[in-house]
Design a protein around this ligand. Structure first.
Ligand code: PLP
Length: 342
């Protein structure tokens, strides 16, 4: 059997159908906005979320960083959860690119509440503190183990943002996993957020690409910011073709990924060597061994069975299911978990 790589949903290879779509894509120079396939993908996503505009980016990090730049001025502050990807895993880009600081909130599995947002807004007239201008949410949360926001809480956060004139950005790298899980309408998200970044290269399985979706008012400068960040690309319609193919063919598969992750969690909970398994809602399982000193041995026994998972440090182990994780692999992985001994 091929290696079972459960470190992330970014490890997938394009499917045959996706490769065919890539090979037959009609392309042009996207820096001149002349790539028909990019234009088609951007329109498809803008329409899906009921927003004015969308712009293709090479990565989710760049799409998030561009959004932060569009919403803020140097010296200002954004509010996010302490585990937010924009704060922890984008290389310090918030300060590097936008000269902005982050007010970190102690949320629940990467999610924050409207009350926490309200408490963390600096009084705008108190000129000693940075001016709060933006709230960034993440759905699903990565470090929070694929947790999904309750749409009602997001509505309350939107109200707080309206009252205090704050922008609201969504890091939706895995938003499609949440939409499928909760049977939600992307347009509901479009109504609540000013900007949304979605990744095509995670659960949807494309080799690259993220799209920033937003209102015209903000998006009119997005192409300039993307250029400054070095993200203007030429015949990148090949990758947009992969994205269109994924949106048309891979969305349903996400339900399977979510289901397999919850089956893995159920098995883990019955193993005597497991300390704790975080609640599983989508395609990420975070768990802890009962004895952290067994981690190396655990990883070794998995690796002897051709299985790779992530060690996130501080006792946190992570499994992410995805398009290239088949039923056969799933059964083999579960058998292996049952056979681990210390
Ligand atoms: C929640 C979240 N946001 C953003 C990103 C960034 O995506 P990229 O790796 O394409 O920069 C990731 C990547 O894993 C992520 O998990």
């Amino acid at each position: 059997m091929k290696e079972i790589d459960l470190r992330s949903d970014t490890v997938t290879r394009p499917t045959k159908g996706m490769l065919q779509a890539i090979m037959s894509a009609e392309v042009g120079d996207d820096v001149y906005k002349e790539d028909p396939t990019i234009n088609k993908l951007e329109k498809k996503l803008a329409d899906m979320f009921g927003k004015d505009e969308a712009l293709f980016f090479p990565t989710g990090s760049m799409a998030n960083q561009a959004a932060i730049k569009l919403h803020t001025q140097p010296g200002e502050q954004l509010i996010c959860d302490k585990w937010a990807h924009v704060y922890n895993y984008e290389g310090g880009g918030v300060s590097f690119n936008s000269g902005v600081s982050c007010k970190l909130v102690d949320g629940d599995r990467g999610m924050i509440t409207a009350a926490q947002v309200e408490e963390n807004i600096n009084p705008p007239d108190f000129y000693h503190s940075p001016l709060t201008t933006l709230v960034c949410l993440e759905n699903t949360t990565n470090k929070g183990g694929g947790a999904c926001y309750d749409l009602e809480e997001i509505k309350k956060i939107r109200q707080v943002c309206n009252t205090h004139k704050l922008g609201l950005h969504l890091d939706g790298a895995r938003l499609f996993n949440a939409l499928v899980k909760k049977n939600e309408d992307p347009k509901d998200y479009g109504k609540l957020f000013d900007t949304i970044s979605v990744c095509l290269s995670k659960g949807l399985g494309t080799p690259m690409g993220s799209v920033l979706i937003g209102d015209k008012r903000l998006m009119k400068n997005a192409i300039r910011v993307r250029k400054v960040l070095g993200g203007g690309m030429r015949q990148v319609g090949f990758m947009a073709a992969a994205g269109i193919y994924a949106l048309d063919n891979h969305l349903e598969q996400l339900a399977k990924d979510n289901q397999r992750a919850s089956e893995i969690a159920e098995v883990l909970k019955t193993m005597n060597y497991i300390g704790k398994v975080e609640p599983v809602e989508t395609n990420i399982v975070i768990f802890y061994l009962e004895k952290a000193e067994n981690e190396d041995e655990f990883m070794k026994q998995l690796s002897e069975n051709n299985i790779r998972i992530s060690n996130m440090g501080q006792g946190k182990l992570r499994i992410v299911t995805h398009l290239d994780y088949s039923e056969e692999m799933h059964n083999h992985f579960i058998d292996t978990l049952r056979q681990v001994t210390f």
